[in-house]
Design a protein around this ligand. Structure first.
Ligand SMILES: O=C(O)C(=O)Cc1ccccc1
Length: 301
């Protein structure tokens, strides 16, 4: 049985994602994303499930920073969950003066809180389930939680189906120590982080390498390097798998232009096939390489 670390405690959205990505495996909660990733680096876990991006609030900074620093880890799978919340309180409990949750959750229910609990002070907690634990322990009066949290904690629902934006979604990754890559499926995503020197055109130079090969981006985020003020790392997701000739060509070019870390090639949860432009398919790259090889052997021109 695989040992899967996840961003917990029990009852987080990430636990739901881990169950979807690794059914029947041995799941262990860790209090922070950093600790879940560390468990994989240390060998205490075979893989970790962590949230990466949200359709409303954007990226989860702890995950980006946790993947770009420390020993390399690579994503081997992703899943996307629809996100709506339950607001939980102690049974019978009194006035709601504080309402706790993960910052991403609080940001997604701001309007609901203003309309329904205008006098409650929002308090950030490490996760939605940590907020539920805090309510059980009397630290807060209510928690904005994943709907499954009610199954884990002796709380009652003040409201369910809470979300300012309906159809909100969060994407989660399963990451491991570098090893065998998942096979290409034709509907894959590749994740990288690139740090380049701070000069005019750096970012556009990197993006051009993808654009000229007809590679479609699915996300780009910048995070500070944390060592030199004003210096950034770029987290880029694009369609395709590093085992494809067109992606090999792009990765080699990016490697020449930046400090590059490969964060994985894995099947897309939405199964959307890669966009392939005319002349930019894998066979086009293979044919071009075969032609160059022939020229080198004096067999063509
Ligand atoms: O705190 C959780 O439950 C998480 O898994 C992180 C999160 C928070 C808000 C929306 C989606 C995921």
């Amino acid at each position: 049985m695989l040992r899967i670390a996840y961003f917990g405690p029990q009852g987080t959205f990430t636990e739901q994602a881990a169950r979807a990505l690794a059914p029947g495996e041995d799941l262990t909660p860790y209090e922070t994303v950093r600790l879940a990733l560390q468990a994989v680096r240390d060998g205490a876990a075979d893989a970790a499930c962590v949230p990466i991006e949200n359709s409303v609030e954007g990226v989860v900074p702890a995950t980006l920073d946790g993947l770009s620093d420390g020993d390399p880890l690579v994503a081997t799978a992703e899943t996307i969950l629809p996100i709506h919340f339950s607001v939980l309180k102690r049974p019978g409990g009194g006035e709601i003066r504080t309402v706790a949750s993960h910052p991403h959750a609080l940001a997604q229910v701001r309007e609901w809180l203003e309309a329904n609990l205008p006098d409650a002070t929002p308090v950030a907690s490490s996760s939605t389930a940590a907020a539920a634990v805090g309510v059980v322990e009397g630290d807060f009066d209510a928690a904005v939680s994943a709907p499954v949290a009610i199954e884990h904690y002796p709380l009652e629902e003040l409201a369910t189906g809470v979300a300012d934006v309906c159809d909100a979604q969060t994407r989660f990754l399963m990451v491991r120590r570098p090893g065998e890559l998942p096979a290409p499926t034709g509907a894959d995503r590749t994740s990288i982080v690139a740090a380049a020197v701070n000069r005019t055109g750096t970012l556009s130079d990197l993006l051009v390498e993808l654009a000229v090969r007809g590679i479609n981006l699915t996300r780009i985020d910048a995070r500070p390097t944390r060592s030199n003020f004003g210096e950034y790392r770029f987290f880029i997701d694009f369609e395709g798998h590093v085992a494809e000739p067109r992606i090999v060509d792009a990765m080699a070019a990016l490697r020449r232009r930046s400090h590059l870390r490969f964060l994985g090639s894995y099947p897309r949860a939405d199964e959307v096939a890669a966009t392939i432009e005319d002349g930019a398919g894998n066979q086009d790259f293979l044919d071009a390489q075969a032609w160059v090889d022939a020229v080198l052997k004096g067999e063509g021109a």
